[in-house]
Design a protein around this ligand. Structure first.
Ligand code: PLP
Length: 376
């Protein structure tokens, strides 16, 4: 089996699952409890928060554990909207649904949602953001790297524009944690998700700059300093911090290895398969991503044929009510519906090998030839 869907999720590292299993057995206390069992769990959470803060480049009290990237995006956007009431927010048209759907929810409460489009390389220019700012704009979300194309955004410049205008800048770093250094100094909020860097699924963290105007998202007990009620999954916090540390410590090596595999794959596919094109900027992209459109093919059919050969990839298309709608990311970049529908996302990870790349190139050729022949 070949797994080339590392942007969707990554396999948990053995050392992480083993450490979490041991923790779950030995350390069952509720971190809020006032006795020895609670203290042991709370100490582990303190240590996990310290490590996470150190890597994010912020203070431990600016780190909030969440259930993942989706919750972080919801909490930041809705929490800031709740604190401001009316006004406008700027959202890049290529954001993850965690931000787009949250923005649409807030529209129903009277918030004006302004979308900013990328150019045809997938880049949202700082100028576009600046032009969209209104007197009443209080929030902006432009992600660090896009999950479908891997394209990296100019977050430093966008952050500076927002800071100068007192706009809360949220940067979804789900696809860049452990890949690029965190842009924390330019942001007011950041979200990460541990299953994207070989940690546990269903857990994440969020940075919220001290002093930000934001309301709590989940009401309940005093966990996460009252910002997010609910008994904390201490084992997952331990797993996240460990996975983030491992990812940071091995960042350069992993990036170099993954980039070499991805570059070989892209070069060969573009050379050996007629009528295909790489989507998104050619260089300003994370090392793992290859988003390729195949002329005359549906990405969904390629995915199906590759799956039959044991290869896991993804398409950006969403299936709603039985109809396939082309990716909102690729269409926002101005790509035709046909090119967007023909796109397949291959995302490489640290466990892939050059032999897997070789096999996949052959399988892609077979799949594309079959689909095109069937159409004749
Ligand atoms: N943001 C981005 C860019 C993502 O790629 C994802 C997941 O694919 C999310 C947010 C959501 O993260 P989670 O699965 O932890 O909810």
């Amino acid at each position: 089996m070949i797994y080339l869907d590392n942007a969707a999720t990554t396999p948990i590292d053995d050392c992480i699952s083993e450490a979490m299993a041991a923790f779950l057995k030995q350390n069952f206390g509720n971190p809020q409890s006032q006795h020895w069992a609670g203290r042991a769990a709370a100490n582990a959470v303190v240590s996990a928060r310290d490590k996470t803060a150190h890597i994010l480049g912020c203070k431990p009290e600016e780190v909030y554990f969440t259930s993942g990237g989706t919750e972080a995006g919801n909490a930041a956007l809705k929490g800031v909207c709740a604190a401001h009431g009316k006004g406008s927010i700027i959202i890049s048209a290529t954001e993850h649904p965690a931000l787009i759907e949250s923005a649409e929810d807030m529209r129903k409460f009277g918030v004006e949602v302004i979308y900013v489009n990328p150019d045809n390389r997938g880049i949202v220019s700082p100028q576009t953001v600046e032009n969209a700012v209104k007197d009443d704009t209080f929030f902006c979300a432009v992600m660090y790297a896009n999950n479908e194309t891997g394209v990296i955004q100019p977050v430093k410049e966008i952050g500076e524009i927002c800071r100068a205008r007192n706009i809360f800048y949220y940067c979804d770093c789900v696809q860049t944690a452990g890949v690029l250094p965190f842009p924390t100094q330019y942001c007011d909020g950041i979200g990460i998700s541990s299953h994207k860097f070989y940690g546990p699924r269903g857990f994440g963290a969020m940075y919220i700059k001290n002093g930000s105007k934001i309301n709590r998202f989940i009401s309940g007990g005093m966990q996460e300093r009252g910002f997010r009620g609910g008994t904390l999954n201490a084992a997952a916090a331990v797993g996240l911090a460990m996975a983030l540390e491992n990812a940071e410590n091995n960042r350069e090596n992993n990036n170099a290895k993954i980039k070499a595999l991805r570059d070989e794959f892209v070069k060969r596919v573009l050379q050996e398969v007629k009528g295909c094109v790489l989507n998104g900027d050619k260089t300003l992209r994370v090392p793992s991503n290859a988003n390729i459109s195949f002329e005359g093919c549906d990405g969904a059919n390629i995915l199906f044929l590759l799956d039959l050969e044991g290869i896991a990839v993804s398409t950006g298309s969403a299936c709603s009510a039985g109809a396939v709608t082309p990716s909102h990311v690729l269409t926002a970049m101005g790509l035709s519906a046909e090119r967007a529908k023909g796109a397949v996302r291959f995302t490489f990870g640290k466990y892939n090998t050059i032999e897997e790349v070789e096999f996949t190139i052959g399988a892609v050729k077979r799949a594309v030839a079959k689909i095109r022949n069937n159409k004749k």
